[in-house]
Design a protein. Structure first.
Length: 461
């Protein structure tokens, strides 16, 4: 049988998207949250909890505690069979939210809630359900996958910072030798940047709406004018831990999701920046990688241990950010009160989280395999004492020496100076003996500013 004659069922070998194929086993925690199953589950959560809200508002008869608990926990017990039933109904109705409603009506008709099934989805438009469902999925995906993975990286970095906060290292600006720093301090910069985005993502509150076809509560107010539907909406949205957006069209404008995604974008950018620096340190032999017995680094060069995890992370963080760039541009615009371009775009939020999580996990794996090569780091630092000339000209400037920058520049620019040459160079400087003694106290190992203290300050927090 030829390939064209075969029937291809979805599997890791036939999936078009590598997230659902090659990398699926790394992303299993996301699958129940941001898949089609997750979307159906979130819609059912909104619909069943809204039925409780209608009862609490006096629009529907009072529910017993058992009925209330049943509805509030209903979505937690959804399985694949129920989700498949919704999808089967959708093939007939060609409407995702009405399919959920129809299945819920069938299920509740077999319970003590049979008398209220006509109030499922009462007065709502599909977007009332979908806008909240999308945000539930997005938030849960971040909280249960992205933040924990970021936290693992931070734990790795904290351990490395504690271990190497005082390890002197050559800093390079523009790729050129600059002045000494410590390995721990340079890792602290990345950890601090990641921590800031982590904190923002953790505390950010998305906004949602539940206000009818064009945002005015038309049907709800017409049917029950005595009910304050704005208050009902606010309470319901707050129960989902969102902020209410009072001013909407049929959609709840997406600036909150855009802002949320931009935090993920920044996090991905930090991770990629980190990956590139670590890749360079590995290339320079400042970090070594653990060689695992049965792994192959090259099909032809058996000696190689490639930094593939950091490279994988780079590529996937860039893919995630490319999607964020495109999706946030699209979500900022909607024709009049509604068009459907946002609907198909939002179905790719899971893809963004998938590539982000894949990048984070790849960095985690890479971090677990690297070790600082202290011998090489110290040798490279000690190989050029011209990096101390910043300190020399600053001391002379402090003491009122005329144009010390030009003096030091003329003696050192573009030159590498050994320790012996440094000593000889100092002896030629037109300075006082006191200044000469102070300059001689400079070494690459000790000219570190507050590098160690900065590490300690971060670790305290």
């Amino acid at each position: 049988m030829t390939v064209s004659q075969q029937t291809f069922e979805l599997s890791p070998l036939t999936a078009i998207n590598p997230l659902d194929g090659r990398y699926f086993d790394r992303l299993t925690e996301l699958a129940p949250i941001v898949s089609e199953f997750g979307y159906i589950k979130a819609r059912i959560e909104v619909e069943t909890k809204f039925l409780v809200a209608l009862s609490q508002a006096g629009v529907v008869r009072p529910f017993t505690k058992k009925e209330t608990d049943y509805l509030l926990s209903f979505s937690k017990n959804i399985n694949l069979d129920l989700a498949q039933e919704v999808k089967t109904v959708e093939t007939e109705l060609r409407h995702d939210v009405k399919s959920v409603e129809k299945v819920l009506r069938r299920i509740l008709s077999e319970t003590t809630l049979a008398d209220v099934i006509e109030m499922i989805h009462f007065g709502l438009t599909s977007e009332d359900v979908n806008n909240l469902s999308v945000r539930l999925m997005l938030r849960e995906g971040v909280q249960k996958a992205i933040l924990p993975a970021t936290n693992v990286i931070l734990d790795h970095l904290v351990a490395l910072i504690q271990q190497h906060k005082a390890l002197p290292m050559l800093a390079r600006t523009h790729g050129q030798a600059a002045v000494p720093t410590t390995l721990g301090k340079e890792l602290t910069v990345f950890a601090h940047r990641m921590q800031r985005e982590y904190t923002k993502l953790e505390s950010f509150r998305l906004r949602g709406k539940l206000n009818g076809a064009v945002g005015n509560y038309n049907a709800l107010r017409f049917a029950y004018p005595q009910v304050n539907w704005i208050e009902v909406s606010h309470r319901f949205i707050a129960s989902l831990c969102f902020e209410a957006n009072d001013f909407t069209t049929q959609i709840s404008p997406y600036e909150d999701i855009i802002e949320y995604l931009q935090m993920i974008h920044r996090l991905n950018g930090i991770v990629r920046d980190f990956d590139e620096d670590i890749w360079r340190y590995i290339s320079d032999d400042w970090f070594t990688q653990e060689a695992k017995k049965n792994e192959v680094g090259s099909s032809t060069m058996p000696q190689k241990v490639n930094p593939i995890d950091f490279e994988n992370s780079e590529g996937n963080s860039e893919l995630a950010n490319a999607l964020i760039d495109g999706i946030t541009r699209e979500l900022a615009v909607s024709r009049l009160q509604r068009d459907l371009t946002d609907s198909t775009v939002l179905r790719n939020l899971g893809t963004i989280l998938g590539y982000t999580l894949l990048a984070l996990k790849s960095t985690m794996i890479g971090l677990g395999r690297i070790r600082a090569n202290e011998r090489v780091i110290r040798e490279r630092l000690d190989g050029d004492w011209s990096i101390l000339t910043e300190g020399v000209q600053t001391i002379l400037r402090r003491d009122g020496f005329e144009d010390p920058y030009t003096l030091v520049k003329s003696l050192s620019r573009g030159k590498k100076i050994t320790k012996q040459e440094w000593e000889e160079w100092i002896s030629t400087l037109p300075v006082t003996e006191k200044q000469r003694r102070e300059i001689r106290s400079l070494t690459p190992e000790t000219y570190l500013g507050y590098a160690v203290e900065l590490c300690d300050e971060f670790l305290k927090k």
